[in-house]
Design a protein around this ligand. Sequence first.
Ligand code: FES
Length: 310
Amino acid sequence: MAEETRILVVDDELVVIKSAERVLKSEGFQIEGALGGREAILKMEQGNYDLVFTDLKMPEVDGITLIRWIKKSRPNIGIVIITGYPSQETMKEAIELGIIDYVPKPFTPSVLLDVTKRAVQWAEGRKPAEEKGAEEFPPSMAAELDRVIREYRHRPGCLIPVLQRAQEIVGYLPPVVQKRIARGLNMPEAEVHSVVSFYSFFTMKPRGDHNVRVCLGTACYVRGIEGVLDKIKGKLKIDIGETTEDKKFSIEGVRCLGACGLAPVIMIDQETYGAMTPAKALSIISEYGGPAFSAAPSEEDIETVAKQEG
Ligand code: FES
């Protein structure tokens, strides 16, 4: 899937384009760069792209102007913003315009990859065949969801509480649920989707009994969260955004768990665990049980623990 995805990275700083290129090319994505909104528009007029990653603050044609142009002229292109410290108004405007997600600058490879994978899912989800598969959820849930929509629809700021209740009812927020909510609240589907993508507590995929949230933020990255994440992925045999076959565990990558002083940090369900090491993470996860952990630790695990402790 990655090799078919064409991404245009738009930023007036070449170094940002180059870093995104380095990370995404190694995963097989096709990347091109544009040093501003004007060049990006020229490129989109001449070629096809699935996703555009754009900065907001750029001279001449800025990010918001570019997003407006894409929404009008190339509505099938998914948009992700790459930005430093956006104001609330700018983020609100970008969300209302229907961006898929955002990557905070400076970004870590893990965050960029996580957001990119979700953006690719979004692009895939727009294909009719994919949407068809996601059309089913039990009528009892649909009826309960409709009841919640009716209850909240006239309250200001009702979208987030409705999404929270919907996630409690259905367990996750697939496209079919988002569409039903958009219709019920009389708002664009893109706006609902943007909010779901923006907040890490919403999920578009079913989660396991225990949700392992791994912080991919800068503080955790510099203190070695990648080694922890690799170990968890290897042990559970799933990637970020996936659930184990026995439905016991899911892994989720998040940008910051709000505990940077304890970095690197993971969270399992509602519990936060700081100063994480690969060995500690395995040991904590094993406390949550499940068939995958009933066996004695492997030699590799023992070796990892010994290294960490020695
Ligand atoms: S960056 Fe990991 S908790 Fe903030």
